[in-house]
Design a protein around this ligand. Structure first.
Ligand SMILES: [Zn+2]
Length: 289
């Protein structure tokens, strides 16, 4: 059995290498992802910690699914914990399409790190076209653009502050080195291409080479490796319930729990963990192992 798992592992690694061509990534960062299903949350671990989960956590966090079916949570973006950066500060750090572009501090931080890495690879003509949008702004946009090009207010990822439209000042993103670099490397910084060409039937959105969504590591790594969009990834987590993942040297435990009311769950005791809702009916706890 062990031998079979080992051989399977090698096959997966080989297939991954072939599929991705150069899977070492241009900046030479973490690239090896192993996922394994763990039997039950924390099984085998002697120490466990209890985490209290409240119902409202289903609607908070980096893994929220927002699409035509699942609206932006009623309480809106989790703005309590994320202060929107002033445009002045932003424009000194980024090339913005105009002064209306808003980013949360977390997003500005993550984007800066990612763009710095791109710069090292000689890719540096990024422009941020849109970040956080209020419902009011989304309403206006929807009116102007129509349902082929914009989501109605309350159903756009931009309302959560977790999405960003990134362009290139050189050419359109589908052909630009900026677009190519991001599609290949953004997962290393917690971002994913949210609406890929091959998944329009699942996302319900046409190919958008500019729209990137922050989900954080290790989720972005798993999604990239398994070629999953957020809808598919959350389904898989829900189905598997728990997974251990290795991304480079870092190891994580992922645990999915359905939440119908306040509850207490147990995960391996390692100290560092993060809880995110799926905006459907559950939460995902990510534990650093
Ligand atoms: Zn967008």
């Amino acid at each position: 059995m062990k031998r079979i798992i080992f051989l399977l592992g090698i096959l997966i690694v080989l297939a991954w290498g072939v599929y991705n061509g150069d899977w070492r990534g241009e900046s030479g960062k973490v690239l090896e992802v192993e996922t394994r299903q763990t039997p039950t949350a924390g099984a085998g671990a002697s120490d466990k910690m209890s985490i209290h989960i409240t119902k409202d956590q289903v609607y908070k966090g980096n893994l929220l699914l927002v699409n035509k079916e699942y609206a932006v949570p009623k309480q809106g973006a989790d703005l309590k914990n994320i202060r929107l950066s002033g445009t002045k500060e932003l424009s000194s750090r980024f090339n913005l399409a105009d002064s209306s572009v808003q980013l949360t501090e977390m997003m500005a931080e993550r984007l800066a790190v990612m763009f710095e890495a791109a710069e090292e690879d000689g890719v540096n003509h990024f422009r941020i076209n849109s970040g956080y949008r209020s419902e009011k702004e989304q309403k206006q946009l929807f009116k102007q653009m129509g349902d082929q090009y914009a989501m109605p207010a309350g159903f756009s990822e931009h309302n959560t502050g977790l999405s960003v439209d990134i362009g290139s000042t050189l050419m359109e993103m589908s052909k630009a080195p900026e677009g190519e670099w991001l599609q290949k490397n953004s997962w290393q910084y917690g971002f994913i291409l949210r609406y890929p060409k091959s998944k329009t039937e699942i996302t319900g959105i046409r190919y958008e080479p500019w729209h990137f969504r922050y989900v954080g590591l290790p989720h972005s790594a798993i999604m990239q490796q398994k070629n999953l969009v957020l809808e598919e990834y959350l389904d898989e987590l829900k189905e598997k319930r728990s997974m251990t993942v290795k991304v480079g040297k870092d190891k994580y435990g992922l645990f999915y729990y359905p939440v119908s009311g306040d509850t207490t769950v147990q995960v391996p005791a390692q100290g560092q963990y993060e809880v995110s809702g799926d905006n459907r009916e559950g939460v995902i706890i990510t534990v650093v192992l």
